[in-house]
Design a protein around this ligand. Structure first.
Ligand code: HXC
Length: 515
């Protein structure tokens, strides 16, 4: 054959391979409102930047008539491309080919692109649409998952790993995402479970729909397995690009700086947002928006454990990670889920050189049998561990309540905050005035002629003595009590002077966090 003929032959082979599971399967995929795997990659990456590899990979399985089955690309597309102008590695499972199930060669394609991502020190984005381990390939497909999980773990904290769930994902197809940094889901399209409804019915006799078992809302609101919820695949890809704009490409870099933009202080005016009374709720996200560049706050885990708010923003053009109690929900208490949410986010920021800004307004850890039995001690300890371990610049601002364990846990000086600021409204004490007065003045109140009046008097006394920032400031636990309207100026200064911060911890193989 001539060069021309051989090139034509190549094109024909390529055309055949990119058809995936064929017209009928693609029609089924489209009818479900889903893009094809290739369309997804094109939509996610910068135009014309995708370069595919291993298009001609074939499986070599023989059992269960697999030798008679041709599975184009073995059900997964892999390659490199650009996102926001920077290189990334990507894979997308093709549900039209054997349900995107993971056979040995399918796994080999994924592990190869994962190895590239680690060598090139660039993010890995995995689009998952898969029924899990390919049943016909037995232990070979399990081996494939093991190889992926191992690489996910080794890559953790070295390169950002992003998972997108765009179909009914089962078994290993959800355990690999669970090992990555951020999981994105789309309403009505994404489903995650370790085993689907059919298996549950067979084994347990329980009937449940895929949506109710592990749909996008369930994973975003209840389990917290998903960090970002979108209404459509397009919206999901925009979210990924936005996330990527805030984070560095690997753990040796800082996030790219952006041009400085002032916050919209007309819309987010602290005087209007922050209430007069110390027990009135308010939305902490508005406070964040009143401080950060362009009032642009990109929330992570928005629908899960809403009593704490975490997410990215920029101050003076630099990415920072915010961790903030949310007085709108459960008065901003720390509980099992919010502790998990905060600790995980802190560890991501620390691994990827993103300074942490902590906003404090909480009555403490949530008491009660449910929380104690759910392990609030173990989960709550994760926050203490994550903050203590973190060596990125840590700036803490106490707005209002900072009581008891909550005061310590929310990046206090004692967990090595670099700067601790407090508004004059801050109340730093072992517990709230009512509870404290009831305990320390119990006898006096009980013996008084008018116990109610005495209680009120004692609460007032306690408030005056402790419910302020000045006792902590007198000990140097708070560095400066600041005018709330000067918050942005203080934060900019703190971040600028911390830009060369270096802090080390004693050598160890690794710590043992309260997982
Ligand atoms: C081989 C599979 C498959 C699998 C789906 N298919 N899952 N083939 N191995 N695991 C094939 C189907 O046979 C079908 O092929 C095509 O993909 C589409 O699947 P449907 O069932 O028609 O689609 P749908 O009704 O949308 O249901 C999707 C599903 C369901 C919920 C994912 O297929 C399902 O429950 N699959 C099994 C899930 C599972 O239990 N996986 C193993 C997990 S164990 P045809 O030829 O008919 O089009 C695991 C081990 C890892 O992953 C452990 C990690 C710790």
């Amino acid at each position: 054959m001539s060069l021309k003929q051989k090139t034509l032959d190549l094109k024909k082979r390529m055309q055949g391979a990119i058809q995936g599971g064929g017209a009928k399967a693609i029609e089924k995929q489209t009818a479900m409102g889903k893009m094809t795997a290739r369309e997804r990659i094109i939509a996610l990456l910068d135009p014309n930047s995708f370069q595919e590899y291993d298009l001609f990979v074939e499986h070599s399985a023989k059992d269960f008539d697999m030798d008679k089955k041709h599975l184009p690309g073995d059900g997964v597309i892999t390659g490199t491309g650009n996102m926001n102008g920077y290189p990334v590695c990507v894979f997308a499972q093709d549900f039209t080919v054997a349900g995107g199930s993971l056979g040995f060669m399918h796994a080999s394609k994924i592990t190869k692109i994962m190895d590239h991502a680690m060598k090139l020190k660039i993010p890995l984005i995995g689009i998952n649409d898969s029924g899990g381990a390919r049943i016909q390939e037995g232990v070979n497909s399990l081996a494939g998952y093991g190889e992926i999980f191992f690489r996910n773990t080794i890559a953790s904290g070295v390169i950002p790993q992003i998972s997108v769930i765009l179909g009914p994902c089962a078994g290993g197809a959800v355990y690999s995402p669970a090992l990555t940094d951020f999981v994105f889901v789309v309403d009505k399209i994404s489903k995650m479970f370790i085993t689907g409804p059919e298996v549950i019915k067979t084994v347990l006799g329980e009937e449940i729909s895929m949506e109710a078992l592990g749909g996008a809302r369930v994973q975003s609101e209840i389990t917290g397995n998903a960090h970002f919820f979108a209404e459509s695949e397009d919206e999901c890809f925009e979210q990924i690009k936005k996330l990527a704009s805030f984070i560095p490409w690997n753990n040796t870099k800082k996030a790219e700086p952006f041009p400085v933009k002032k916050p919209n202080t007309k819309l987010y005016k602290i005087d209007n947002i922050f209430p007069q009374e110390s027990n009135q709720p308010y939305d902490i996200r508005n406070i964040i928006k009143s401080i950060v560049d362009d009032s642009d706050f990109f929330e992570v885990h928005e629908l899960f454990a809403q009593n704490i708010v975490v997410g990215f923003a920029r101050i003076s053009g630099q990415t920072v990670g915010f961790v903030a109690n949310q007085p709108l929900v459960l008065a901003g208490v720390l509980d099992v889920d919010s502790s998990d949410k905060a600790a995980r986010f802190i560890r991501f920021c620390d691994a990827f050189n993103i300074p942490l800004v902590t906003l404090v307004d909480l009555p403490g850890y949530l008491p009660g049998v449910d929380q104690e039995h759910a392990g609030v001690i173990r989960h709550g300890a994760k926050v203490l561990y994550a903050y203590s371990e973190a060596t990125v610049p840590k700036i803490t601002l106490i707005l209002r309540k900072a009581y008891g364990g909550g005061y310590i846990a929310m990046c206090s000086r004692h967990l090595r905050a670099d700067f601790v600021f407090a508004w004059p409204t801050a109340e730093i004490a072992v517990m709230g005035p009512e509870g404290a007065a009831n305990i320390i003045f119990r006898a006096e109140i009980a013996g008084a002629e008018n116990p109610d009046e005495t209680r009120k008097q004692k609460v007032k006394e306690y408030k005056k003595k402790f419910a302020n920032p000045y006792v902590a400031a007198a000990y140097g636990f708070v560095d400066a009590v600041i005018d709330p309207l000067e918050t942005r100026r203080f934060l900019i200064h703190a971040i600028e002077v911390s830009s060369h911060k270096e802090e080390t911890r004693p050598f160890k193989k690794h710590g043992i966090p309260p997982f």
